[in-house]
Design a protein. Structure first.
Length: 207
């Protein structure tokens, strides 16, 4: 059975490649700005299923859709529009804990049968200052990052802005692979590589 990823995210493409099987990239026809949902869990649930159910072209096989949001103090934090907004986002998150929600949906285009899972990871940020924020914004591309940061970015001499996480590392990267694996197994897809070993080697986390 052919597998399609309804996302052009380089991070999701990289992570799915860790599983060792062939898949193709397709876009989706979902206007995310039109989905107005307050709670992070509900937002990624709806968008993940919509993306998996609405590829840009007709395909035959399994379609994977996914969505991520950063939730802080009861509201959703999207991607920054500019450096000023990125600066404010990082100031707000400094020294505090927020939640990363990521939904994954798999839909069989043959009969529209679908499965969905939602993962939550709590992220505690270091108490960094304005100088660190300024260095971070100048060094890294943040306009495509929810919350204006990436857990894989490390400043020379300082390291990551993240102090610790409670939950899945790959979820914070944007694609909770243990959930993806379980969903694909429900459709009898065989995972060909031990992606946990790859994650452990690359980042020090097993999942």
């Amino acid at each position: 059975m052919k597998i399609y990823l309804a996302s052009e995210s380089p991070r999701r493409i990289e992570l799915l490649n860790w599983m060792g099987f062939a898949f193709k990239i397709v876009g989706h026809r979902v206007d995310e700005s039109q989905v107005k949902v307050e709670k992070g869990e509900d937002l990624v649930t709806e968008l993940s299923m919509l993306k998996a159910s609405n590829p840009v072209k007709k395909v035959k096989g399994l379609v994977i859709g996914s969505d991520l949001t950063v939730e802080f103090e009861g509201r959703q934090i999207g991607k920054p529009k500019d450096e000023s907004e990125a600066n404010q986002m990082l100031k707000n998150l400094s020294g505090k804990t927020h939640s990363v929600w990521c939904g994954v949906a798999v839909v069989d285009s043959k009969n529209s049968e679908g499965r969905l899972s939602v993962c939550k990871t709590k992220v505690k940020m270091k108490a960094y200052d304005d100088k660190i924020i300024s260095r971070y914004i100048k060094k890294f591309e943040l306009m495509d990052k929810g919350g204006a940061y990436s857990i894989r970015y490390k400043l020379p001499g300082y390291g990551s802005l993240v102090e610790k996480i409670d939950g899945s590392f790959t979820n914070v990267l944007g694609f909770p692979l243990h959930y993806v694996e379980n969903l694909l197994k429900e459709f009898d897809v065989k995972i060909k590589k031990d992606w946990r070993k790859i994650c452990k080697k690359e980042f020090g986390y097993e999942y």
